[in-house]
Design a protein around this ligand. Structure first.
Ligand SMILES: [Zn+2]
Ligand SMILES: [Zn+2]
Length: 250
C-alpha cells in the first residue's frame, strides 16, 4: 500500500504513523503486545496509524501466517479505536533475489516491510568476504534486489550492521559504504517506490548512516517511512526520540 502520494521529509509528519510494531505473534515481543493494548497505547500517544509487522522468517509458513493475520483482524474488529491498523509483516529477503515468503502472501498484506539484514539467523545469506567491506557490499546487493523485486513497501532498519555479530563496532559495516553506493540505493528507492525506514533504534545506533541516507535520499527523491520496531508498549509512541532524531539527521 502506498502510504504517501509524494515523499515526505518532515519528521513530525512521518511520526504520525508507526509502521513497525510487533505483536505477541513475534516471539521477541513482550506478552503485553496485544492488539487491544497496542491500539490503546497508540491512541493515547496520538499515533494515527500503525502497521502490525510480525516476523515472517520461517520457510513454508504461509498458511500459519495468514491465520495469524486473520486472528489479529478479528481482535481489531472487536475494538472501538480511532487508530487505523495495517495488517502487515516484517518479511525476509535473505539472499540476493531470495525471499522466505511466497509472493501471494506478500501480496495479501496491507503493507510489506522487509528485512534484508537479519544476518544473525542461520539460513540468512552471508558474504564470502566477511570483513566490514564484504558485508557492506553484500548488504547493498540485498537491499537492491528487494527493491528491484517491487514486492515491498519499505526496507526495515536499512543497511545497519547491528546483526553482523562478529564485528564489534556496529557502525563499521555502514562506514564501509561509499556515498555513491548509498546514493544509488536512494535513487532506487525513488524509482521503485520502496521506502527506507527511519527506524528509531537503528538511527540512534548508527546516526552517521541515517544522516547520510536522509540527505542523499532527499536529493534523490527517496521515500522514508517511520517505525519504532516496538516490541514493548512503551516503544509505540513515535515521538519519544523525535527531537534526538531531528538533531541527528539535520
Ligand atoms: Zn528486524
Ligand atoms: Zn522488527
Amino acid at each position: 500500500m502506498k502510504i504517501y502520494k509524494e515523499p515526505v521529509y518532515d519528521l513530525n509528519e512521518l511520526a504520525r504513523y508507526n509502521l513497525h510494531v510487533h505483536t505477541t505473534f513475534s516471539s521477541c515481543a513482550k506478552p503485553e503486545m496485544t492488539v487491544e493494548a497496542i491500539c490503546k497505547t497508540a491512541e493515547e500517544a496520538g499515533v494515527e496509524m500503525i502497521a502490525l509487522t510480525d516476523h515472517y522468517n520461517t520457510f513454508d509458513w504461509d498458511d500459519e501466517y495468514m491465520a495469524q493475520i486473520a486472528q489479529l483482524k478479528k481482535e481489531y474488529a472487536a475494538l472501538d479505536t480511532k487508530v487505523k491498523v495495517l495488517f502487515s509483516s516484517e518479511l525476509s529477503c535473505y539472499g540476493v533475489g531470495k525471499f522466505v515468503e511466497k509472493e501471494e502472501t506478500a501480496k495479501a498484506l496491507d503493507y510489506r516491510l522487509v528485512s534484508c539484514n537479519h544476518f544473525h539467523l542461520d539460513y540468512w545469506g552471508k558474504p564470502e568476504d566477511t570483513s566490514a567491506r564484504g558485508y557492506a557490499v553484500f548488504a547493498l546487493e540485498l537491499v537492491k534486489s528487494a527493491m528491484e523485486s517491487r514486492r515491498y513497501d519499505c526496507i526495515a532498519h536499512p543497511l545497519i550492521g547491528r546483526f553482523v555479530k562478529h564485528i564489534e563496532d556496529r557502525t563499521e559495516v555502514s562506514r564501509a559504504m561509499t556515498d555513491n553506493e548509498l546514493g544509488e540505493i536512494c535513487e532506487l528507492s525513488a524509482k521503485t517506490e520502496t521506502a527506507l525506514e527511519i527506524n528509531v533504534g537503528a538511527v540512534l545506533g548508527d546516526p552517521a548512516l541515517f544522516r547520510r541516507l536522509w540527505n542523499l535520499g532527499r536529493e534523490a527523491g527517496a521515500t522514508f517511512h517511520f517505525g519504532t520496531d516496538a516490541h514493548r508498549l512503551v516503544n509505540i509512541d513515535t515521538r519519544t526520540h523525535l527531537a534526538d532524531i531531528q538533531k541527528i539527521v539535520l
